[in-house]
Every structure is written in structure tokens, then in C-alpha cells.
Design a protein around this ligand. Structure first.
Ligand code: DLZ
Ligand code: SF4
Length: 509
């Protein structure tokens, strides 16, 4: 009897992935393919492409060792069809298969391509996530706003993570008030574990340099984990050395310190090299063994079973149109400085430079520097989304949509965030050392050296007054704005407008 095709995508590199569980090793054929469509739907960072291709090749080898018949297409194979559906059809013709078993992709674009493919494709839910679609739908039903905090509590109860019986461990659900410390003087963690590229990785790096050399960023130097064993070593290293101070300095930003105490784990979890439950259990254990404080363990676990699961639930709940949300009607093009063009704003030049070098920035840099600036400047949310999707090694549509469209750009009108994440330069000055090295002065509210975040903050408040002035969390800001004397208010708005004109004209700002 002719077997079926088992599709494994580049972010589905997990032994117990749903499609493989459905498969019959004796007669089914696993299909994996490095294809142009996936590598170019945005201009991915070369390190991201290298991570995925290298991890795919190693996963394919692992499956073969385990007795699977794997048909693997490399990017430069001459008969590569260039798309996932194209490759499925080619393999169907070769094998005579008439049916494909897949695990639901994390991107509506691909879900739709598989749904409309001229071959039967059965898409099974991706149950590497903790909350199924059904669980999320039940929770979201009839709620006007979908606040993460309440979802998170449900997840704590259902997983039993950081629970003592029916109560949250430590007597509270959330220890964030201990997590906002200003940057420390010195970081005593050497950062993520680094791996020397082996032969497989080197071959992929050569390919990526040849094919994607003009994308933003560079493939080499490359030290990411590319298989399950390495990813686990990385996890063990971080829970021991990084986790204890992770919570306290979670929001801090320091020049030259690109990783601080952050876990650098999303990229491995999101392609299937680490399991979210395994990661959370490891973190809880370190806390129970008294090697990390509760604010670190709880804060981290909230990111995984709270935010990560919530973002994924929301993506499927809202459907493909969510990406086109733009309630603030922002339409400015993404400034070139996001792609490395010179800028005098130190916070942005630091964040973009490390993004270019590492395909990584931590969440406060993403939220309060690049996200905040784009929102203040009124950049089209879809362009912001596509930028995040391209430049971060951990970025896939299911996780970025809620973070960019919802969280950083408020384009969904407040489904995810109860108020827009906008701030003047003060917040960046408090949480980083960037301002001390900047051409602008964070203390200047107007004038030639005024920090652009200070100007644009009021410009944003002014242009969206109708929407936000009755929001209780913004009322104080509007009172401050209205107490400014008229001259000062006019000067701020005029200078902000002039700044945006210079930005649009392509001047270095
Ligand atoms: C991101 C990515 C890239 C760059 N290349 C491939 C590829 O060549 N083959 C593949 O199967 N998957 C790739 N991926 C991951 C997919 O884009 C990802 O599965 C979808 O976006 C759904 O999350
Ligand atoms: Fe950024 Fe303003 Fe600080 Fe410069 S002064 S680093 S632009 S916040």
C-alpha cells in the first residue's frame, strides 16, 4: 500500500510533533524542504535562516537514524520546487502518495496554502503548545478584553507550575514589583552558551552567505545551538548562571551588554529544539532548590505559559485579518535607521546594531526602544511587524502578530494592551545607560538637542487625544500636557513635526 507524506516544517523539529505521531514508519515518507518561498516571505536575518536550515538538516539525520524514510530537499538542489506545496506535489509524484499529514503551521499564509493545495492535506493541531485552541476559545468567549494576567492564572492552575495545592507558590500570582531594577554596575553572567559550528553548520553558513549575503546582518560568526542536545546544554547553563538575576534586571539595558541575564531560549523553543514544559519545569526546580529567587522563576514562567501561550492563542483566535489592524491609522514608512542607516539616537543605534549582529534584542529593547519609537513616529504597523519578523531569530508569525500589532503598536485598539506602550526619553534614561552617550539630551524637552522621544511623545498624545484622553491610565499625562503653557505646547508640537519631516526626508536624525 502506498504510504502518505509526513510534512515537517523548519519550526516543527520535535520528535513527538503531531504529524509524526500520526505516521507509520513502515510505509510513510517524511518530507522536509529548504525552499525559496519560506526563506524570502520577509528578508530574514541570515543567522535565522542558518539556524533553521542547520537544525532541519540535523533533525532529518536524527529521523533517518531512527528508521524513517526522509526525503530532504536542500536549498540549491536543482529540482527544488521553491515552495512547500510544490515540494509536496513533487514528492507525491515520486512516491505515488495521495495524502499529506501535516502539523498546523504557525502562519496563516502557509495554513491557507496547505488548505488549498491540489492534494489532500490533513493539518493536525500543534500540541507542543500547552493551551489548545479549544481551551483558548473557551477562555476568550464573551470577554471584551483579553488580558493576559487572567489567562496566565488559568494556565498556572491547569499546569500546576509554581503552585502549592490550589494556591500560587509564595502566595502571589505575580512578583513583577521586584523585577524593575535599574541596570547593575557589572554583569556576572557570561551570556548564552556558544557552540562551534560543525561540518553541517559550516555547509549551511556557506550556502546562506552565498544566497542571502545582502540581507540585513551576517551569518558568521555563528554560535547558536542547532540540535536538541546543544539546546539542552544551553538551558542548563542559563538556569544555573543566568536565571538567579534574570527577574531583577529583566528591564535593564546596558551598552555592549547584549544578553544581560536573559534566557535566549525563544529561538530554540520556537523551532522545536526545547519543549516549553521542560523549560518551565527546569526553572521551577532551580527555585525549589533555592538557587534562584521566586521573582526570577515566576517572571520567567509567566513569559512562557502566560505571554507565549496567550500570543499563540490570540493569533488563531483573531484570524488572518488581525495583521491588517491599524486603528491609529499610522502610515509612515519604516525609517531606514531600522535597517542600519545612521542615527544620532543612541538607544536606537545600539538596539539596531545588536539586532544586526546577533539577530537578537531583549524584550524591553523591542518594546521600549524600537517599538516605542515606531509607535510615536506613526509607522505603518504592518511594516513594523514585517521588520520584527525578519530580523529576530525567534520570530514567527504566530508569536510576532500579538507582540507587534497588539503590544507595541496598539494597532488592535487595545485587545492586548490596556494602554499604548509609549514613553518619553525618561524611561529609557532610567532603565539604561544609553542617554549618557547620546547626541541628544534626555533632559531637554525642546530645542536643538531635545531628545526626540520627548518631542514625539506629546505629538502622539496630541494627535490621538480623542481616543485616549478618557483612558484612566492616560488621564494624568493629558493633565500634564494641558497644564503646559501654550507657548511651550506649541513649540513641542512644532519641533516634533519638524523632526518627522526630517525623518521623512531621509536626513540623519
Ligand atoms: C522561517 C523558515 C525559513 C527561513 N525557511 C524554511 C524552509 O526552507 N523550510 C521550511 O519548512 N520552513 C522554513 N521556515 C519556517 C517556516 O517559515 C514556518 O514553518 C512557517 O512560517 C510557519 O510558522
Ligand atoms: Fe534615546 Fe533620547 Fe536617550 Fe538619546 S537621549 S538615548 S534618543 S532616549
Amino acid at each position: 500500500m502506498v504510504g502518505r507524506l509526513i510534512l515537517i516544517l523548519g519550526d516543527q523539529l520535535t520528535d513527538h510533533i503531531a504529524a509524526l505521531r500520526e505516521a507509520d514508519k513502515a510505509r510513510d515518507v517524511v518530507v522536509m524542504a529548504e525552499v525559496r518561498d519560506e526563506a524570502t516571505y520577509v528578508r530574514h536575518h541570515p543567522k535565522k535562516i542558518a539556524l533553521i536550515f542547520a537544525a532541519m538538516r540535523k533533525f532529518a539525520a536524527r529521523l533517518r537514524d531512527d528508521g524513517w524514510d526522509v526525503r530532504y530537499t536542500e536549498y540549491d538542489d536543482t529540482d527544488n520546487a521553491g515552495s512547500i506545496v510544490g515540494e509536496l506535489l513533487r514528492r507525491a509524484e515520486q512516491t505515488g502518495a495521495t495524502e499529506v499529514i501535516a502539523t498546523e503551521p504557525g502562519d496563516w499564509r502557509l495554513i491557507e496554502a496547505l488548505t488549498h493545495a491540489p492534494i489532500t492535506v490533513r493539518q493536525h493541531e500543534d500540541d507542543r503548545f500547552i493551551a489548545s485552541h479549544k481551551v483558548f476559545e473557551r477562555w476568550a468567549k464573551d470577554r471584551k478584553s483579553l488580558r493576559m494576567e487572567y489567562f496566565y492564572r488559568e494556565m498556572r492552575k491547569s499546569t500546576g507550575l509554581m503552585m502549592d495545592g490550589d494556591d500560587p507558590a509564595g502566595g502571589q500570582w505575580n512578583f513583577d514589583h521586584d523585577n524593575r531594577a535599574v541596570p547593575p554596575k557589572r554583569i556576572d553572567y557570561s551570556g548564552p552558551m556558544r557552540f562551534t559550528p560543525d561540518e553541517t553548520v559550516e555547509a549551511v553558513l556557506d550556502l546562506v552567505e552565498a544566497e542571502f549575503g545582502s540581507n540585513f546582518g551576517q551569518a558568521r560568526p555563528f554560535w547558536f545551538a542547532t540540535d536538541h542536545g546543544q539546546a539542552r546544554q544551553h538551558l542548563a547553563h542559563w538556569v544555573k548562571n543566568g536565571l538567579p538575576d534574570f527577574g531583577t534586571y529583566q528591564d535593564a539595558m546596558l551598552t555592549g551588554e547584549r544578553f544581560l541575564y536573559h534566557s535566549f531560549i525563544a529561538l530554540y523553543m520556537n523551532i522545536g529544539l526545547l519543549d516549553p514544559r521542560e523549560v518551565c519545569e527546569a526553572v521551577e526546580q532551580v527555585w525549589r532548590d533555592a538557587h534562584a529567587p521566586i521573582n526570577a522563576a515566576e517572571g520567567f514562567i509567566r513569559q512562557i505559559i502566560g505571554w507565549r501561550e496567550y500570543m499563540r492563542g490570540l493569533y488563531y483566535h483573531r484570524g488572518p485579518d488581525y495583521l491588517d489592524s491599524n486603528v491609529l491609522k499610522h502610515d509612515r514608512d519604516l525609517p531606514d535607521l531600522y535597517w542600519g542607516a545612521e542615527t544620532k539616537m543612541r538607544c536606537l543605534s545600539e538596539t539596531v546594531a545588536q539586532t544586526r549582529d546577533e539577530a537578537y534584542a531583549h524584550h524591553i529593547q523591542r518594546l521600549m526602544v524600537t517599538g516605542n519609537f515606531a509607535l510615536l513616529a506613526g509607522v505603518a504597523p504592518r511594516q513594523v511587524h514585517d521588520w520584527y519578523l525578519a530580523v529576530y531569530a525567534d520570530a514567527f508569525d504566530w508569536v510576532m502578530a500579538g507582540n507587534t500589532i497588539g503590544m507595541t503598536q496598539f494597532a488592535d485598539g487595545g485587545l492586548v494592551a490596556s494602554k499604548p506602550y509609549v514613553s518619553s526619553g525618561n524611561y529609557i534614561a532610567k532603565m539604561s545607560d544609553y542617554c549618557g552617550h547620546c547626541a541628544y539630551k534626555v533632559k531637554d524637552k525642546t530645542g536643538p538637542d531635545a531628545c526626540p522621544f520627548n518631542l514625539l511623545f506629546w505629538h502622539f498624545m496630541d494627535r490621538h487625544r480623542d481616543r485616549f484622553q478618557n483612558n484612566p491610565r492616560m488621564a494624568q499625562m493629558y493633565r500634564t500636557f494641558d497644564r503646559m503653557d501654550d507657548d511651550k505646547r506649541e513649540t513641542v508640537l512644532r519641533e516634533a513635526g519638524a523632526f518627522l519631516d526630517r525623518l521623512d526626508a531621509g536626513e540623519t536624525v
